[in-house]
Design a protein around this ligand. Structure first.
Ligand SMILES: [Zn+2]
Length: 310
C-alpha cells in the first residue's frame, strides 16, 4: 500500500489534504493527473448510465438538506458505528476492530483491556444553517447522495414523463465522519458517489436486481478491471437491511484484502414510503397505461451505490 500511496503522490494523482499543515486524516486532494482520471471515470459512468439509456435521467442535488430528510431516512437515529474508548492509551476504536484474546477484548493499539462499553457514534457531520447555532438550525453534510433522489422523485417523474421502470442517476460528494479512516482513499471522510436509483413495479424487483448486477459487472470489465479480481457476494438474509429483499456486494481484491466496491440492492418501497409518511406529501403517481393507476411508492427499486470511486 505504501508504494501505491507514494507513487500517487509523486506522479500527481493524490495528495494528503492540507499537507503543509500536517494534513487532516481521511481527506485527500486529487492532483493534475488524478483529477483527469477521476473525471474520465465519472464521464464514462454518466455516458453509459444516463446518456446511452432511455430509461435514466440525471440530477444534481444539494449537499445540505432539511434535517427532516435525515430523520425520515433513519440516518439521524441509526447511521452509527459502535465505538469503544481504550482507557489506557486513549485510542478511539470501532467495536469490531477490537482483538479478542482468550475470550477477552483487547485494544489493538496497546493491548489494554480497560475499555469503555460500546457507545453509538453517528457518522454524519453536523453543521448549522444560518446565523444562529441552535437546535432549530442543525443539519448534516449528506452521508449519501440517494436521499435527494427520493425526495425529488415526484418532481423528476412529472417533468421527465418517464414510465416505470425508470432510474435517476447522480454523481456527487458525500461525507462520513469515519472513526478510523484507513486504506488510503477506500475509507475516507469525504468522497464522491455515483449512484443510480431505479424505480419499478414490485413484481419486477428481483428480475431487475439480477439485471443490474450483470450490468454493473459489465461496466467494470469495460473499464479494464480484470474479471477474476471481481467477486459477487450474496449478502445473507440476516445481514441485509430489514427492508431489502436482495443485496449483492460487488467486491474487489484490493492490496488490503477483498472489500466491497459497490452494492446492488433491491430495497423495496422503503425510502419513498418513509418520505411520504414523514412529509405528508404524496409520492404516488398514476399514468394512463391500461387505465390502471400505479403507485410508485408501492413499487420497489434498486440501489446502486458505487461507494468510492478512487
Ligand atoms: Zn489502548
Amino acid at each position: 500500500m505504501e508504494k501505491i500511496v507514494s507513487l500517487c503522490k509523486r506522479r500527481g494523482f493524490i495528495f494528503q489534504s492540507s499537507e503543509i499543515y500536517g494534513g487532516l486524516n481521511g481527506l485527500w486532494d486529487y492532483g493534475p493527473l488524478g483529477v483527469e482520471l477521476k473525471r474520465n471515470l465519472k464521464n464514462y459512468w454518466w455516458r453509459v448510465m444516463v446518456h446511452e439509456r432511455d430509461d435514466v435521467v440525471g440530477m444534481d442535488g444539494s449537499i445540505l438538506m432539511n434535517r427532516a430528510v435525515w430523520k425520515a431516512s433513519g440516518h439521524e437515529d441509526t447511521f452509527t458505528d459502535p465505538m469503544v474508548d481504550c482507557r489506557s492509551c486513549k485510542a478511539r476504536l470501532r467495536a469490531d476492530q477490537l482483538v479478542e484474546k482468550k475470550g477477552a477484548k483487547q485494544c489493538p493499539v496497546c493491548g489494554g483491556k480497560d475499555l469503555t462499553e460500546p457507545r453509538s457514534f453517528n457518522l454524519m457531520f453536523k453543521t448549522y444553517v444560518g446565523a444562529t447555532e441552535d437546535e432549530s438550525s442543525i443539519t448534516y453534510l449528506r452521508p449519501e447522495t440517494a436521499q435527494a433522489i427520493f425526495v425529488q422523485f415526484k418532481s423528476i417523474l412529472d417533468v421527465s414523463r418517464k414510465k416505470l421502470p425508470f432510474g435517476v442517476a447522480q454523481i456527487g460528494k458525500a461525507f462520513r465522519n469515519e472513526i478510523n479512516p484507513r486504506n488510503f482513499t477506500f475509507r475516507s471522510r469525504e468522497f464522491e458517489q455515483m449512484e443510480l436509483e431505479y424505480f419499478c413495479r414490485p413484481e419486477e424487483g428481483m428480475k431487475l436486481l439480477e439485471y443490474w448486477k450483470e450490468e454493473r459487472l459489465k461496466f467494470y470489465e469495460d473499464i479494464g478491471i480484470a474479471r477474476d479480481k471481481l467477486h459477487v457476494l450474496t449478502v445473507p438474509d440476516e445481514e441485509r437491511a430489514f427492508y431489502s429483499k436482495g443485496t449483492y456486494d460487488i467486491e474487489y481484491d484490493f492490496p488490503f484484502g477483498r472489500q466491497e466496491l459497490e452494492g446492488v440492492a433491491y430495497r423495496t418501497d422503503y425510502d419513498l414510503s418513509q418520505h411520504q409518511k414523514a412529509s405528508g406529501k404524496s409520492l404516488e403517481f398514476s399514468h394512463d397505461r391500461d387505465n390502471i393507476p400505479e403507485t410508485a411508492a408501492a413499487s420497489k427499486w434498486i440501489w446502486n451505490d458505487f461507494a468510492n470511486i478512487a
